[in-house]
Design a protein around this ligand. Structure first.
Ligand code: WAQ
Ligand code: MG
Length: 255
């Protein structure tokens, strides 16, 4: 699902991204999912959508299983501190200052993209073909006992919300993509101020107070290896169907 609305007058009738969502469902679940996505677009904190597009595609390909990333919440009291944490953690993963600079420009911009930016980890160059739209990760989900287990684990630490579940599932697919070193995410919802960084090495690290309450800024950046085949990465993110699995015994790097 993708939803947008026309920006206020004086902004050249630009379309403003409101909300997007994707999932893998069985046929019997489709009408419920469509209803939920529609309601989400109409009751969104970024504003009520005036254009909602829902695409439903049959998946005939085999669906790969991907482990859920381990989750932790860091201590962070301000956007200033968040930036320091992000820089430190990502530098440890080999992300260059140039690449971090590119990333912050995207994340701090008021023009929220619908998808994510791909940033080369050394040169800091952007590699997504459409810089306004970005790359939209799709064809992913969690179901049955895995979903129940995830809900139970998140409930124990009092963060069992759809926002956290969807972000963790998305981050798990992204971390499993070839040549993606790390991801950083800030919600574009004005009232959601917890973001995260994620990678196969660090797991999913939640960062409270990553942005100021009320800000419409946000976005996602995927740092990729400098000489990677970005076409292949994008194809995996957009097209490869994956289901997230949760370990029966939650320990180690996976949830
Ligand atoms: N593929 C690529 N980029 C996406 C996708 C996707 N499927 N979904 C969202 N984005 C990008 C897009 O640029 C949005 O503007 C931006 O991310 C933020 O999306 O554990 O709610 O859906 O408590 O607003 C993090 C949860 C919530 C942290 C993130 O993101 C926690 C969130 P939003
Ligand atoms: Mg949002």
């Amino acid at each position: 699902m993708r939803a947008s609305k026309m920006a206020a007058e004086g902004k050249q009738n630009r379309e403003m991204h409101i909300s997007g969502a994707e999932g893998i469902y069985s046929v019997s679940e489709i009408s419920r999912a469509v209803k939920r996505y529609t309601e989400r677009a109409l009751e969104h904190p970024r504003g009520s959508a005036d254009n909602i597009v829902i695409t439903i595609e049959k998946i005939s390909e085999k669906i790969a299983k991907i482990p859920c990333l381990q989750l932790a919440t860091l201590e962070c009291i301000s956007p200033y501190e968040a930036k320091k944490i992000i820089i430190k953690k990502l530098a440890e993963l080999g992300i260059s200052p140039k690449a971090l600079n590119t990333a912050f420009k995207i994340l701090e911009s008021s023009k929220a993209m619908r998808g994510a930016s791909l940033v080369l980890m050394q040169s800091g160059k952007r590699a997504e073909p459409d810089k306004q739209r970005g790359v939209r990760v799709s064809r992913l989900g969690i179901k049955g006992p895995d979903k129940a287990l995830l809900k139970k684990r998140l409930s124990k630490i009092k963060i069992n919300t759809e926002t956290v579940r969807e972000a963790l599932v998305l981050a798990s697919k992204i971390a499993s993509a070839p040549d993606i070193i790390a991801e950083v995410c800030i919600s574009d919802d004005p009232d959601y101020t917890t973001g995260y960084i994620a990678s196969g090495t660090t797991g999913y690290l939640r960062i409270p107070n990553i942005k100021k309450q009320g800000s419409l800024n946000g976005g996602r950046v995927f740092f990729v290896k400098e000489n990677s085949d970005t076409g292949k990465i994008i194809d995996y993110l957009e097209r490869k169907p994956v289901m997230i699995t949760v370990k029966r015994q939650g320990n180690g790097k996976h949830f």
